[in-house]
Design a protein around this ligand. Structure first.
Ligand code: HEM
Ligand code: HEM
Length: 407
């Protein structure tokens, strides 16, 4: 079998490139999709998500170099003419071929830039490529390229669908040997008809489709393109870390309370932390389950808690002299039923633990009201360790939030 192409046949090198590319694309698509939709609510699930993303990126970078080599080789070779006389069909086939070539370059580039602009994410397993020249660590940049990457995944899916349908039509209906000439068969390929070339038209059509896909997410999601975005580092250790960075408009907290309720000697005592700062980025249109991030710092010394507020500041409880602030931060995640949860990590007195906070959100114009509550076990944070019996101070503590923020 000859290595190089002729005007009627593909050589072994072009065929090998074709099928290696096809295998990689057919593996990368589901891998990307599974990685993105994999849950990360437990450490085990998080580790699996991490691994899926690392494999996805590693194979994606490999595909990028295979695609470059393939395109270089194709440009140096004669191109077998389309089999069949139908001009519309040959135009469609060439346009799809251009689209496929464009996508196998644009998809890895957008994915790679998103990765390089993000911090603390599943690494590429090659010994290079975590960072890219001229690409700063910048959340809005990462988000923009994530949008483009996701839009392109639909372009390549459609293109591959039409491409395979075309190959099947040639094989089952036309029976003209199109598939056989891309396969490693020894049979001499048929001689293609002398057709007039479509000139630059297929390349232009494919470029237009790619351009629309790259611009589309920004036209439809106006907030995404205009909004300033919070910089958020996603921890590489916490089980609540997510692949998608904080994105979307910043919501400035106008008023609100973080309340807590304890059971002391069998009766409920309620109080609140009036003084806290919060950075909330939220974009309901963000791709994937993560819609933003919340980052809250609470001033412990401002706690009101009935008659026991002063006692609660003591070393056995919040120890505000040593630990004046508590923090709570994590991604805002939308469940399959549309419910919202901050998958946050709460840190009190240096003890960090995952405390998911489900909440409801009402947005009217540029004002959002969020309210939610959750229950935690005070022992996780070593608050009141000397009160080992629930009779004097119950273990569960209810936390509630009521926040009004403007865009
Ligand atoms: C999934 C990723 C795939 C990609 C990115 C891809 C890409 C391409 C490209 C760019 C060409 C044009 C080659 C050239 O002439 O320069 C081509 C040709 C071809 N592909 Fe694919 N392909 C894929 C999958 C498949 C599959 C699954 C099949 C079979 C069912 C297939 C069958 C063919 C055939 C038969 C040709 C030759 C068409 C002709 O001779 O006119 N491809 N492919
Ligand atoms: C042809 C190659 C590639 C294909 C077909 C592909 C496909 C996909 C798919 C289907 C998704 C899931 C999108 C969703 O469900 O919303 C995805 C997500 C992702 N891919 Fe790729 N990918 C490719 C290359 C790469 C490369 C080379 C990298 C990085 C080095 C990469 C990084 C990512 C990232 C970070 C995401 C998550 C996007 C987000 O933040 O929403 N991909 N990819």
């Amino acid at each position: 079998m000859p290595l190089a192409n002729t005007s009627s046949s593909y050589g072994t090198i072009a065929k090998s490139f074709h099928w290696i590319t096809a295998l990689l694309v057919l593996a990368l698509w589901p891998l990307g999709w599974f990685a993105n939709s994999w849950p990360y609510d437990t450490q085990e699930a998080f580790d699996t998500k991490w691994l899926l993303f690392s494999l996805h990126k590693t194979l994606g970078v490999a595909l990028f170099f295979v695609a470059l080599a393939r395109i270089g080789w194709t440009l140096s070779q004669p191109h077998p003419h389309h089999l069949g006389e139908n001009r519309v069909e040959s135009l469609a086939a060439s346009t799809i071929h251009w689209l496929l070539y464009g996508s196998i370059i644009a998809l890895p580039i957008t994915g790679w830039i998103e990765h390089a602009a993000s911090e603390g994410y599943a690494p590429i397993l090659w010994p290079f490529g975590q960072d890219l020249p001229f690409i700063p660590k910048d959340v809005p940049l990462a988000v923009a390229f994530a949008h483009m990457h996701v839009a392109l995944t639909w372009v390549i899916l459609g293109a591959v669908g039409f491409h395979i349908a075309g190959a099947l039509k040639h094989t089952v209906i036309d029976r003209d040997g199109t598939l056989a000439r891309m396969w490693f068969s020894r049979k001499a390929p048929p001689t293609p008809p002398e057709g007039k070339s479509h000139g630059a038209l297929p390349a232009l059509l494919a470029t237009a489709v790619l351009a629309v896909a790259l611009v589309f997410p920004f036209v439809t999601g106006e907030e995404q393109s205009q909004a300033p975005v919070a910089a958020a580092e996603v921890s590489t250790e916490a089980p609540t870390a997510a692949e998608t960075p904080a994105e979307g408009p910043i919501w400035a907290v106008q008023s609100g309370t973080i309340g807590l309720s304890i059971i002391q000697m069998g009766s409920a005592v309620s109080g609140s932390f009036p003084d806290f700062t919060a950075t909330i980025a939220y974009d309901p249109e963000a791709p994937g389950p993560q819609k933003g991030t919340a980052d809250v710092t609470i001033d412990i010394a401002t706690l009101t808690l009935g008659s026991v507020a002063a006692q609660a500041q003591g070393p056995d409880y919040f120890d505000s002299a040593q630990h004046p602030t508590a923090t709570y931060s994590g991604p805002i995640v939308e469940g399959e039923d549309g419910s919202l949860t901050v998958d946050g990590t709460l840190t009190i007195k240096g003890h960090a633990a995952s405390v998911p906070l489900p909440f409801t959100l009402t947005i009217e114009g540029d004002t959002a009201t969020a309210s939610g509550s959750t229950t935690l076990d005070r022992r996780t944070f070593h608050v009141g360790d000397n009160k080992t019996d629930e009779g004097s101070l119950a273990f569960p503590v209810e936390i509630s939030i009521e926040i009004t923020a403007t865009r």
